[in-house]
Ligand binder design. Structure first.
Ligand code: PLP
Length: 393
C-alpha cells in the first residue's frame, strides 16, 4: 500500500464508492441471461419485474418506508430536481423556496436557476451556517411563510459531513403546511434513517455513494404527498418516472441497501474509529491544521481538514504520487483558485479554505491505510510550505 506496490489508497468515498462484490454478483444475471423488459407481459419479463420489486423492498427496508414510496431514478441530481420541481408545479401560486448555503450543486444550481429563469418571480431563502456549518433554527422558523412551496435541506453535507436536524425541520415545515425535501445522498448507508414517523415528503439518494453503480438513484415520495412527475413517458414506476428501468443497476442498488443495513454498525464503529484516528493524527502532527465542520454532528466517515498556507490542489497532486485519493475544497475556476461555497459560507479564513482536504472513508479502508496516510501527510505539507511565500516557521 504505497507508491511502490501501486495500491490505491481510496479515501474519497463521498465522491464515489467502490461497487461491492456482492452487488456486482447480484447484477450479473440482469446484464446477461435475464435481459427482458420488466413491463412485458410474458414470464421472461415478469421475472425481471420481480427483481425490480425485490430491490424496491430492499431500499424501503433501509429507509423504514413502504416499497410503494420508492421511485427509481437515474441519479441523486434527478431525484433532487424532481422533488423541488414537483412542489413548484403542485403549488404554482407559491413562489418561495427555502434551502441552505451549503447544498450540493444538484440543489444549489436548481435554486439559482429558478430565480434567474423566472426573472426573480421565485424567491429563494438560503439559510446561513455558522463556523461549524450548523444552521440557525430561529432564522429557519422566521423564513417559513405562506408563500413557501418547499423546503430543501440536505441530511448531511458532502464536503464536511455535517448532519442537519432534518427531522425537526420537517416537523416545523409540516406544521405550516409546507412540503419538505431532503437530499440524503451522503447520509443513506452511513447513518440510520427511519422515515416511518417523520414529516419528510421527499428524500433523494444515489447508488454510487453506497457501493452500488453510478447512474441509479431513488426518490422517496411519502404516501399521500401530491406529486407531479418530471420525466413523463411510459407508465414505469407507477407513472411517476417514465423510461425503461435500469434493471441491473436497480438490482445492484437493492443489494447495496441490504448490505448497508448489515454494515451500519461497522460504519459507525470501525470506520468512525479509523476516521477519528486519521483526523486526530493529522491535527496533532501537522502544525496550523484545523477541522472544518462540527466535531460530533457529523457523518462517521468524513474528515475535512485545512492545512493553512498551502494550496489544496497542490496537496492532492503530492498525495497522488503515493496513490492516495481524496478531494480538495477548492476548485480551479477561470484561472483563479476559488474555495468551495460550503467553506466560504462557514467563514473559513482564506488561508485555510484554500488548503482544505476532504478524507472520506468506507468499510473497505484498513488501519494500514490510515497509518500510511498519517506517515506521508506531514512531509507533504512541510515541503509545500517551504515553497509558500506566506508560511513562517
Ligand atoms: N447531493 C449530494 C449531497 C451529493 O454529494 C451528490 C454527489 O456528489 C449529489 C447530490 C449528486 O448525486 P449524483 O451524482 O447521483 O447525481
Amino acid at each position: 500500500m504505497s507508491a511502490d506496490t501501486n495500491k490505491v489508497v481510496y479515501m474519497d468515498n463521498n465522491a464515489t464508492s467502490q461497487v461491492a462484490r456482492e452487488v456486482l454478483d447480484a447484477m450479473m444475471e440482469y446484464l446477461t441471461d435475464s435481459y427482458g423488459n420488466p413491463s412485458s407481459m410474458y414470464t421472461f419479463g415478469g421475472l425481471v419485474g420481480g427483481a425490480v420489486a425485490t430491490a424496491r423492498k430492499q431500499v424501503a427496508d433501509l429507509l423504514g418506508c413502504t416499497p410503494e414510496e420508492i421511485t427509481f431514478t437515474s441519479c441523486g441530481t434527478e431525484s433532487d430536481s424532481t422533488a423541488i420541481l414537483s412542489a413548484l408545479r403542485t403549488y404554482p401560486d407559491k413562489r418561495h423556496v427555502i434551502t441552505t448555503r451549503v447544498e450540493h450543486p444538484a440543489v444549489k444550481s436548481l435554486c439559482d436557476n429558478l430565480e434567474i429563469l423566472t426573472g426573480q418571480k421565485h424567491k429563494v431563502t438560503r439559510l446561513k451556517v455558522d463556523s461549524e456549518g450548523m444552521l440557525d433554527m430561529a432564522e429557519y422558523e422566521a423564513a417559513l411563510s405562506d408563500d413557501t412551496a418547499i423546503v430543501s435541506v440536505m441530511w448531511a453535507n458532502n464536503e464536511t459531513g455535517v448532519i442537519y436536524p432534518v427531522e425537526e425541520m420537517a416537523r416545523m415545515a409540516k406544521a405550516r403546511g409546507i412540503l419538505f425535501h431532503t437530499d440524503a445522498v451522503q447520509a443513506v448507508g452511513k447513518i440510520p434513517i427511519n422515515l416511518k414517523d417523520l414529516d419528510i415528503d421527499f428524500l433523494s439518494l444515489s447508488g454510487h455513494k453506497l457501493h452500488a453503480p453510478k447512474g441509479v438513484g431513488v426518490l422517496y415520495i411519502k404516501k399521500g404527498t401530491l406529486f407531479v412527475p418530471f420525466l413523463t413517458g411510459g407508465h414505469q414506476e407507477h407513472g411517476r418516472r417514465g423510461g425503461t428501468e435500469n434493471v441491473a443497476s436497480i438490482v445492484g442498488l437493492g443489494k447495496a441497501c441490504e448490505l448497508a443495513g448489515l454494515k451500519m454498525d461497522e460504519e459507525n464503529t470501525r470506520v468512525r474509529a479509523m476516521r477519528d484516528r486519521l483526523e486526530e493524527g493529522l491535527l496533532s502532527s501537522v502544525p496550523k491544521s484545523m477541522l472544518n465542520g462540527h466535531k460530533t454532528s457529523r457523518l462517521p466517515n468524513t474528515a475535512n481538514i485545512s492545512f493553512e498556507y498551502v494550496e489544496g490542489e497542490a496537496i492532492l497532486l503530492h498525495m497522488n504520487r503515493y496513490n492516495i485519493c481524496a478531494s480538495s475544497g477548492s476548485a480551479c475556476t477561470s484561472g483563479s483558485l476559488e474555495p468551495s461555497h460550503v467553506l466560504r459560507a462557514m467563514g473559513v479564513p482564506f488561508t485555510a479554505a484554500h488548503g482544505s482536504i476532504r478524507f472520506s472513508l468506507s468499510v473497505y479502508n484498513t488501519e494500514e491505510e490510515v497509518d500510511f496516510v498519517l506517515d506521508k501527510m506531514p512531509a507533504i505539507i512541510a515541503s509545500l510550505r517551504k515553497m509558500s511565500p506566506f508560511w513562517q516557521e
